[in-house]
Write a protein that binds this ligand. Structure first.
Ligand SMILES: [Zn+2]
Ligand SMILES: [Zn+2]
Length: 172
C-alpha cells in the first residue's frame, strides 16, 4: 500500500467548530467588533451567525457606527443571528453548544440560556459584562480554549486527484 503523505494536523471537533466561527466572523460588518458564532448539536452545525445589520439597513463599515451610550447599536450580535437563523427555519436550539469567537455580551448570554444552549466554547473574552453571572444562573457550561490556528490548510497542488481550472491564476 502506498504511504499517504499526511501534511495537515486534523483538527479536533472543538478546533474545527471554533475555526468555522472565525471564518464566519469575516462576514461581520461592524469595525468595532468581528464576532462569529456556530450552533452545534450532535457534532452537526445547526446555524451560523456574525454581527451585522438587520436586513435593509446600511453597514457600519460603509456609513460609520451608530453609537448610543458608547456602544454601536446597529448590528445584531453573532449569537443572536445564529439563534434567529434557527428560529426562522424552525430548528430547535435546545441542548446545543455555541462555539463563539468571544465571550458573549450580557444580552446574548441571556438569550443563549433561554434558547436552551447548554455549553459555550470561546477563545477570547469580551469587555466586562454580566454574561458569566447569567450563564451560571442558567446552568450553561463555559469552556475556554486556545485560539485555533487561523490558517486554512488546503493545498490543491498536493492532491493527486485534483485538477486546477485551466485559466486559474494563483490568488495572492
Ligand atoms: Zn458598528
Ligand atoms: Zn452580544
Amino acid at each position: 500500500m502506498k504511504k499517504v503523505k499526511k501534511y495537515v494536523k486534523r483538527p479536533s471537533w472543538d478546533e474545527y467548530f471554533l475555526k468555522v466561527a472565525m471564518l464566519v466572523s469575516e462576514r461581520a460588518t461592524c469595525p468595532r467588533m468581528h464576532c462569529g458564532c456556530v450552533l452545534v448539536k450532535d457534532k452537526q452545525i445547526l446555524s451560523t451567525g456574525y454581527n451585522g445589520s438587520i436586513p435593509g439597513d446600511v453597514h457600519c463599515e460603509d456609513h460609520g457606527c451608530y453609537i448610543v451610550d458608547n456602544h454601536c447599536i446597529r448590528t445584531i450580535h453573532a449569537e443572536m443571528n445564529a439563534i434567529l437563523q434557527c428560529s426562522s427555519h424552525g430548528i430547535s436550539t435546545q441542548g446545543a453548544t455555541a462555539y463563539i469567537t468571544n465571550m458573549p455580551c450580557t444580552n446574548c448570554a441571556k438569550s443563549l440560556v433561554t434558547a436552551g444552549i447548554k455549553e459555550i466554547v470561546v477563545f477570547s473574552d469580551y469587555h466586562a459584562t454580566q454574561a458569566e453571572e447569567f450563564l451560571s444562573i442558567g446552568g450553561v457550561k463555559i469552556t475556554r480554549l486556545p485560539m485555533p490556528g487561523n490558517k486554512i490548510d488546503y493545498d490543491l497542488d498536493s492532491f493527486s486527484s485534483a485538477r486546477k481550472f485551466k485559466d486559474s491564476k494563483e490568488k495572492k
